[in-house]
Design a protein around this ligand. Structure first.
Ligand code: FES
Length: 73
């Protein structure tokens, strides 16, 4: 992941540089039901290009699913 600051100093963390998908966009897609990297791309109206981010997106999916499982206990 790579953090970029805008002119206001706000930091954005990108998980997919090819499609400019921010971590928060990916997390939002996952919370809306995306359970695979392909579903995250689809939710963000993007397509995998170099696919270097797929492992990172898969990791976000796992983290969020584990958090939901713990919250449901
Ligand atoms: S970094 Fe996501 S497709 Fe290239």
């Amino acid at each position: 992941m790579r953090a970029i600051r805008n002119l206001n100093g706000q930091a954005f963390v990108y998980v997919c540089n090819c499609n400019a998908i921010r971590e928060r966009d990916a997390r939002h897609a996952i919370s809306c039901g995306a359970s695979t990297p392909k579903a995250v791309f689809t939710h963000c109206q993007a397509k995998a290009q170099c696919a270097k981010c797929v492992c990172e997106i898969r990791q976000l999916i796992d983290e969020q699913q584990q958090a939901l499982a713990i919250a449901a206990e």
